[in-house]
Design a protein around this ligand. Structure first.
Ligand SMILES: [Zn+2]
Length: 68
């Protein structure tokens, strides 16, 4: 972990979770994957769901919007 400058912090503030569409607070854990950002919790759910989806329908990159 390295310290970040103010400008970077400002842009890092505007981060939305791809899974639940809720903004991720700077103090929350987040995971970046495939250029998308998720809450840590959401990423765990997402990867579990994504795994199931891939197995079920062999789709990739389908976003789950509006689901909490
Ligand atoms: Zn989320």
């Amino acid at each position: 972990m390295k310290k970040i400058h103010r400008d970077e912090v400002d842009s890092n503030f505007k981060v939305w979770c791809e899974y639940c569409s809720i903004r991720i607070a700077p103090n929350e854990g987040r995971i970046a994957s495939d250029g998308k950002i998720y809450h840590q919790n959401c990423y765990e759910r997402y990867s579990a769901a994504d795994l199931k989806m891939r197995v079920a329908s062999n789709r990739s990159g389908t976003a789950l919007g509006g689901k909490r």
